[in-house]
Design a binder for this molecule. Sequence first.
Ligand code: ADP
Ligand code: MG
Length: 454
Amino acid sequence: MSKTGKLYRCTECGYTTSHWLGRCPNCSSWNTIEEVVVEKEPKRSQIKVASSKPLTLTEIRATSIERITTDYGETDRLLGGGVVPGSVLLIGGEPGIGKSTLMIQLSESFSKKGLKVLYNCAEESVYQVGLRASRLNIEGKNLMIISESSLDSAISLYEEMKPDIFIIDSIQAVRDESLEAQPGTVSQIKLCTSRIIDIAKRDNSVVFITGHVTKEGMLAGPKTLEHMVDGVFYFEGERDGMIRLLRSVKNRYGDTNEVAFMEMTSEGLKEINNPSLFFIREGLGTTPGATIGVVMEGTRPILVEVQALVTRSVYTMPKRVVQGIDFNRFSFIIAVLEKLIQLTLFNKDIFLNIPGGFNIKDPAIDLPVALAIISSTIEIPLSSEIFSFGEIGLTGEIRQVMWYEKRIETALRLGYSEGIAPLQRVTHSKVKGVRTLREVYELIKNARSGVRSI
Ligand SMILES: Nc1ncnc2c1ncn2[C@@H]1O[C@H](COP(=O)(O)OP(=O)(O)O)[C@@H](O)[C@H]1O
Ligand SMILES: [Mg+2]
């Protein structure tokens, strides 16, 4: 700290420095460094938590964690079976993605169970929330709504009501008046969250905090907040699309990297219980270029349709339009197909689409993408019975991916009967094991001469 006792902090990443800078050396944002008042640095409040007594593992195992279910199956699964009293959960996402919608729907679930809910919609007026509640058919018998940007006022209303569930929507819209900093700055977010956590732990109540994510994908004042709370869940999806994914990034009471699929409708968020059925359609196999891939989202296999359209280009620079997978990954698959199986693609326009607005990160999507491109290029439709998964390596080898059995089980259960997957020591009877992209190509080509039903 400088002699003057002043401290400056970046509102984007939390980086601190002893003097003011125009640009943050840590996250490179401009004009985000602000002076923070050091004497009023966040102090943990004075609430004394009863000291705990040591427990044996047997005692710990004998006490199960009490959970409150939300009655939304997917959300409960994501939470690890329901919310745990005394926990503070952060729901992050871009503006307009559905955070407030989820909050009002969960409020209704809790309220129907007879739990008292206090919802602080600091970003909107209570009337706006009222309108949304009417659209979503929310009855809200035990739901009280306030719109307080002052954390002190919100907390005093909390103290009067002593709700079981307390919702702060959003953390960037509330401020602790003892700090001069603006709402949404790191010091405000830190202090407000810390005070809210103390309350939750003291009263064993559940607190939901919503937070906006900046363009770069970080919550403003990100890391400090993530460390403090018990669970962090992020919304993903196209704002204009229908599908939303709620992903657990941190969960002290459940698994991380689990995903709940939802659909945004005029009646609010609806859970998608069997996402595979949402992403695939009947009647594949009549036109070349479409096939089914099996990818993992968290610990769950999902079937997705992959569509490719390869046409002769009239441009000097052929068009490449990709939706649903990373463009670099796509370019790499094209390069391998050209180099290793001499597929002529340099003069072709290629369009690749994974319908449903779903972004796939699992490398096992490589093989279905290659299959769809080959099928469209040589104009041989793939059988509608086929499913595939596998990563492609630089030398055209088909590499192993995790969850071999689980992927196959899911595909067979959904009625697909012929698999193409990386070769295993013990291959599944319904699956053709492949080692190289050339073998895959031969499989498709031979289908033309009727050697295999593919
Ligand atoms: N009348 C409507 N019909 C269908 N969807 C709507 C309607 N009004 C709002 N929405 C959806 O709700 C979203 C806003 O959700 P909201 O919960 O307010 O987001 P957040 O709190 O994350 O900013 C909109 O992007 C839109 O998809
Ligand atoms: Mg909102």
